[in-house]
Design a binder for this molecule. Structure first.
Ligand code: SAH
Ligand code: SF4
Length: 353
């Protein structure tokens, strides 16, 4: 990937495209190449006159990133390492699942998207924040992951989860325009119900997101039933303690009339005792929220462990018995390639040689 200072076309939605002397139908052809066909090279847009292709090439970059490594197999989970135009690295993960009952089985493809290079919030257990925040991704770099991952998979993407590297709500100025493009039928055409945004709990930004018109889903990383437990692993809790977080969630739910999800990773000896399970059930009841339990995925260089299976099951049963509206236990796919949640990290040191 060449270093480039040209503007990136995908940083602007097509409604904003205004190119001197270029007729509307030509722009529509460009839009079609990019979003319908997934073509991100000016010289492949064969129905445009050569002079126009050259002009546009002078003005704009089309390719936000290049895939430099794909790990994993094309029938389960694949992790794609991208090199950005300023030589930084990010990752996205393609997750395949078979759904359906009796004969009618459909394979669903979920893409886990990154929103920042690194993360500033420094949760103690997470690989993505180990080296702090390098920078926010731009709108085009967020949309680009979806476009290029679709090309990589050679099929449509059914679901998007903003659970890759970074805190999505810390990058709303780039993320909201990216969502506009992703949701638009003239863009990626992915329905809002199929898009989930996960946050560690930036209270003012949850309130800001509540005003976004599309019905995207919200998942909140709780990871502790009380402030004392949560603050041990999530420094953000000192800024926005649990009660403030829940008030913001209540406002979000009030505006949306949609259930949110409380994510809870289980770390041995830290947040896995059954008192925490009881608290978690109470919180889920109060917010009428789904609970998603995620046994911790080990991170190289960190000493946190997942609890043993028996403890995981006890915890699960206690949350269920506490009348939480809905509880799921998510055993991650992609362990073998470090592609599970929270395992995406900066890799320039290892890849750049
Ligand atoms: N920054 C956002 C979204 C990215 S992380 C957030 O924190 O919610 C997506 C989810 O993976 C979060 O719930 C996060 O807490 C969790 N996670 C981070 N590291 C993990 C790990 N090693 N094992 C399991 N889940 C992890
Ligand atoms: Fe950032 Fe989320 Fe990782 Fe916390 S868990 S450091 S907010 S990416």
């Amino acid at each position: 990937m060449e270093k480039s200072k040209k503007p990136l076309l995908l940083d602007h939605s097509f409604q904003q495209w205004e190119w001197e002397k270029v007729p509307k139908y030509r722009m529509e052809q460009v839009r079609n190449w990019i979003f319908e066909k997934g073509v991100l090279a000016w010289d492949q847009m064969s129905n445009l006159p050569k002079s126009l292709r050259n002009d546009l090439q002078e003005k704009f970059d089309l390719l936000p990133m290049e895939s430099v490594q794909v790990q994993g197999s094309s029938d389960t989970t694949q992790k794609v390492l991208w090199k950005l135009r300023d030589q930084q690295f990010i990752e996205s993960v393609l997750i395949r699942a078979t759904q359906g009952t009796k004969g009618v089985r459909a394979s669903r493809l979920t893409l886990c998207v990154s929103t920042q290079v690194g993360c500033a919030l420094g949760c103690k257990f997470c690989a993505s924040g180990l080296d702090g925040l390098k920078r926010n991704l731009t709108t085009g770099e967020i949309v680009g992951q979806v476009l290029l991952a679709r090309n990589e998979a050679s099929r449509r993407i059914d679901n998007l989860v903003f659970m890759g590297m970074g805190e999505p709500l810390a990058n709303l100025p780039a993320l909201l325009p990216a969502l506009d493009i992703i949701l638009s039928p003239e863009g990626m055409g992915i329905g809002a119900r199929h898009i989930t945004l996960s946050t560690s709990g930036l209270v003012p930004k949850i309130l800001e997101l509540a005003k976004y018109p599309a019905q995207i889903r919200l998942a909140v990383s709780l990871h502790g039933g009380d402030d004392e437990t949560r603050r041990k692993i999530m420094p953000i809790n000192d800024r926005y303690p649990i009660e403030d977080l829940f008030r913001a969630c209540e406002q979000f739910i009030e505006q949306r009339k949609k259930m949110i999800t409380l994510e809870y990773i289980l770390i041995q000896g830290v947040n896995d005792d059954l008192k925490q399970a009881e608290l978690l059930a109470e919180h889920a009841q109060r917010l009428n929220a789904k609970v998603n339990l995620i046994p911790y995925n080990r991170v190289d260089g960190l000493s946190w462990e997942r609890p043993d299976l028996e403890q995981i099951n006890e915890f699960y049963k206690t949350v269920e018995a506490g009348q939480a509206p809905r509880v799921t236990l998510r055993m991650e796919k992609g362990h073998d390639i470090d592609a599970a949640c929270g395992q995406l990290r900066l890799r320039e040191q290892t890849i750049n040689q």
